[in-house]
Write a protein that binds this ligand. Structure first.
Ligand SMILES: Nc1nc2c(c(=O)[nH]1)N[C@H]1C(S)=C(S)[C@@H](COP(=O)(O)OP(=O)(O)OC[C@H]3O[C@@H](n4cnc5c(=O)[nH]c(N)nc54)[C@H](O)[C@@H]3O)O[C@H]1N2
Ligand SMILES: Nc1nc2c(c(=O)[nH]1)N[C@H]1C(S)=C(S)[C@@H](COP(=O)(O)OP(=O)(O)OC[C@H]3O[C@@H](n4cnc5c(=O)[nH]c(N)nc54)[C@H](O)[C@@H]3O)O[C@H]1N2
Ligand code: SF4
Ligand SMILES: [Mo]
Length: 762
């Protein structure tokens, strides 16, 4: 494959054969020293993920329980810390110099590089610039706008996943006492399909494995995940598992570097040696071919069992499962032709995967966005779970489901009640403890929130972190929807595009970040988070705040709640002054958090109960683990069309772009690339390195042309008919209505596209 592209700023090299090692260490230290300085940077890295330190604001990968290494972080954790601890500042002067129109011309990367937001700002109706406003005036104004609404349901309260448990709990308490369940969150765009899929099959919307399980597993199937970039310390756990003899299968349209070979920067051999080969089998599945593959895998297992090979765990199926006969019938009547055609994998490849499953007594499935962001994402999750159930791989050591979460506290936020579809038990507990009538009607999720704005049903949009405008699909829908709102509010640490595409009036409320010391009346405060494996742990900020005008998210919620709900019996300000009081409330309302304060004071961390893991108990409609029948989805497209997945580079955290490079995939200097199979490039009449416009196609689309321009064609080892491009530059191609069944998650990874030469259109 010729990889010689060097146009404008873009340089394309060969994808890397191993991950981490010395380049990762250099990048980690380089980043933090450049952005935060030697002294603060060093202090931060020494406290990152330590017991009395602070929790990494990067991803939700867990830390080992109790014992920690001196450096318990990865390159991308260091980048996330450096990005927050930057010494650059976005002041009122900055906003005076830069109009909204000018800022809109800047890239996401440039916006983020301007530094930390340091004082509250307001964009008045019709104004061209943000101007400074005092905290009191800003909060009074929001309170007035909320009180003036005809109904509480005319406001929506978004949450991104960095918010602590305490802030999330207080926030949902305020929102529900205000009177709505309109609590969309980034989960709606992320692992919602996992929650929905697992809820129906095993009765718990979370993973069922611990780090120890992962290291003890005999087989690990990794679906649609790129841990080398997005959960880098997962590679250490995979290495540990390999050393114990585990076999690893990677199911991914891209042969991601991090799953090939890992040089552990914590070990001498990782610095100077060859590293550890991780995956034993790589399956180059077609995008969205997982339902077909999983049905093939289950078919292999069931057929081998029928032939007397004793593959299935009959006892588990009989005692703990429901619906096996119908499932078996469906699987056996699925044809190999369909399976091969729609998965893009050969029967031989599926046979090899089945060999690994059959040799294992303890199998884990890990997955991330490659499974959750498709129309049939819920089917993906359910079939993966069903595959595990066939061999009894739930509720036993070394086995289970492992949805690998994104944001560092996205799982905790849900546990705390950030959910537009709260369970009746949560609402009952809130009502009993806080003595107010809770709203019972379900609220809007992220996509529904945009629709409600379009229809004038939501008039105030309040975001606790994140970059809603940029992270959502379809800016042609989101922009006018937000513009119709009377008010939009962003509680933020860094400047982003959601500060530029706003309601008629907009506010920026600058918040303390995870790394910063949070001092309140009762002293320095501690917060808690829950990682991807259900472990709750403390986090203590370590460096002085970026500005004396920052408020903690908790303070912002408490001071707003007191204004909006003057008759509330909740003592908001007492909780603001002492976060232990919030934890006392959590202990009363959320199960698993009994004696919350005592436990974290004594232990620093604890593991939440999990009925499946702990007791093989399945709290589903049937009280059993459910087998579910799903049809194979069609992955064939008409000639001239390609399927595109939108993915993350190694140098971004969601919408925060650190650099224009993607080291492991060999990309330097530009993010406007489309990875495609070289044969497709030729067949469609294009040349490698040519600049193209990308148009998307969706049968129900309201727009006649949906297009992004000027992307360079990069040949890549990807199945025929498939392409990949970076998020968020391509989000405009995804119509708001293109979502997963049941979970309503945007189908960010199933975008049907065609290409046009950018020369011809100009
Ligand atoms: N450094 C860094 N860390 C992060 C983030 C970040 O942006 N940067 N984001 C955080 C967040 S919020 C999240 S949700 C996670 C995301 O973590 P990932 O899910 O690993 O991130 P993506 O880049 O979206 O990668 C999806 C992977 O799925 C594969 N894939 C796409 N479609 C399919 C498919 O149909 N089938 C299969 N089998 N595979 C497919 C892609 O090739 C890619 O390897 O990472 C978290 N951690
Ligand atoms: N095309 C495409 N789109 C996608 C995805 C995809 O794979 N493809 N992935 C989706 C996924 S998985 C997710 S999770 C969403 C992410 O959606 P979001 O969570 O909304 O977006 P982020 O980019 O993580 O938000 C970054 C902003 O959060 C703010 N921030 C950072 N830390 C803090 C903090 O501690 N407190 C406060 N108050 N603010 C803070 C900063 O201002 C920063 O600019 O994007 C989704 N969008
Ligand atoms: S793996 Fe995730 S949580 Fe751990 S240090 Fe890296 S970015 Fe932070
Ligand atoms: Mo995510």
């Amino acid at each position: 494959m010729s990889n010689k592209i060097d146009i404008k700023h873009l340089e394309v090299g060969k994808p890397k054969e191993w991950a981490a090692g010395v380049p990762a260490v250099l990048s980690a230290f380089g980043n933090i020293v450049n952005k935060a300085g030697v002294v603060e940077g060093g202090k931060l890295l020494s406290q990152l993920n330590q017991i009395k330190g602070f929790d990494c604001p990067g991803c939700a990968w867990p830390d080992p329980l109790a014992k920690r290494a001196t450096f318990e972080f990865c390159e991308n954790g260091a980048k996330a810390v450096a990005d927050e601890a930057t010494t650059e500042r976005v002041t009122a002067d900055f906003f005076a110099r830069n109009s909204i129109a000018q800022l809109k011309q800047q890239s996401d990367r440039w916006l983020n590089e301007q530094g930390r937001l340091v004082e509250p700002m307001i964009l008045n109706p019709g104004a061209s610039h943000y101007v400074a406003i005092s905290w009191d005036k800003a909060l009074d104004l929001i309170a007035k706008q909320l009180q003036e609404l005809d109904s509480a349901n005319q406001a929506a309260f978004y949450t991104s996943g960095r918010t602590s448990n305490e802030a999330a709990f207080l926030y949902q308490l305020f929102v529900r006492q205000f009177g709505t369940n309109n609590l969309p969150d980034c989960s709606n765009m992320c692992h919602e399909s996992s929650g929905v899929g697992l809820g129906e099959t095993i009765g718990v919307g979370k993973g069922t494995v611990s780090l120890e399980d992962l290291e003890q597993a005999e087989a690990i199937f990794i679906f649609g995940q790129n841990p080398g970039s997005n959960h880098p310390r997962m590679l250490s756990s995979l290495q540990a598992a390999k050393r114990q003899g585990a076999k690893i299968v990677a199911i991914n349209p891209l042969d991601e570097t991090g799953l090939k070979r890992f040089k552990n920067p914590q070990e001498v051999s990782g610095v100077i040696g060859q590293g550890t080969a991780l995956r034993d089998l790589y399956l180059p599945i077609k995008i969205n071919g997982d339902v077909a593959f999983l049905k093939g895998l289950c078919k292999e297992l069931i057929e081998r069992d029928e032939q007397g090979q004793g593959v299935l765990d009959k006892h588990f199926i009989e005692q703990y499962c429901y619906g096996y006969e119908a499932f078996k019938h469906d699987i056996l009547s699925t044809s190999w032709l369909d399976i091969e055609q729609h998965s893009g994998l050969s029967r031989r490849q599926i046979h090899q995967a089945a060999d690994i499953a059959c040799q294992s007594h303890k199998t884990i499935c890990c997955w991330a966005m490659g499974m959750t962001q498709h129309k049939n994402a819920v089917a993906n999750i359910q079939l993966m779970t069903n595959f595990l159930m066939l061999q009894g791989n739930l509720g036993k050591a070394g086995a289970g489901v492992c949805p690998v979460r994104g944001h560092s506290n996205v799982q905790g936020d849900r546990t705390m009640g950030i959910w537009e579809k709260p369970s009746a038990s949560l609402l009952d507990a809130l009502e009993a403890h806080y003595q107010f009538t809770v709203p019972r009607e379900h609220g809007f999720d992220a996509v529904e929130t945009v629709r409600a704005m379009q229809e004038g049903k939501v008039k105030v949009f309040f975001a606790m972190g994140g970059n809603f405008y940029r992270a959502m699909p379809d800016h042609s829908a989101t922009e006018p929807a937000l513009a119709q709102c009377k008010l939009s509010v962003q509680v933020s640490t860094k400047l982003n595009r959601s500060h530029l595409y706003t309601g008629k009036m907009a506010l920026i409320l600058p918040a303390l970040g995870r790394t910063e010391i949070d001092r309140q009346h009762s002293g320095i405060q501690t917060v808690t988070v829950e990682n991807s494996m259900g472990v709750v742990q403390t986090s203590h900020g370590k460096i002085p705040p970026a500005s004396s005008k920052l408020k903690s998210e908790i303070t912002i919620v408490a001071e707003l709640a007191r204004r909006v709900l003057p008759h509330s019996k909740v003592d908001w300000l007492a909780m603001r002054d002492d976060y232990r009081l919030i934890r006392d409330g959590i202990a009363k309302v959320i199960s698993g958090f009994e004696n919350f304060n005592q436990r974290i004071e004594q232990l620093g961390e604890f593991v939440l109960p999990n009925a499946v893991r702990d007791k093989r108990q399945f709290n589903t409609s049937t009280q059993k683990a459910n087998f579910v029948v799903h049809a194979i989805n069609d992955t064939q497209l008409p000639a001239g069309q390609l399927l595109m997945m939108t993915i993350r580079s190694h140098d971004q955290f969601n919408t925060t772009v650190y650099t224009d490079n993607d080291r492991y995939r060999g990309i330097h200097g530009s993010r406007k690339v489309l990875f495609a199979n070289e044969e497709d490039i030729a067949e469609l009449g294009f040349k490698v390195g040519e600049e193209v416009n990308i148009q998307s196609h969706w049968p129900n689309d309201v727009l006649t042309v949906r297009q992004v321009r000027g992307f360079t064609l990069v040949p890549y080892n990807i199945p025929r008919g498939n392409t990949a491009a970076y998020y968020p530059e391509t989000n405009d191609l995804i119509p708001l209505g293109s979502v997963a069944d049941k979970s309503n998650t945007p189908a960010y990874k199933s975008v049907v596209i065609s290409l046009q030469s950018s020369q011809k259109v100009k």
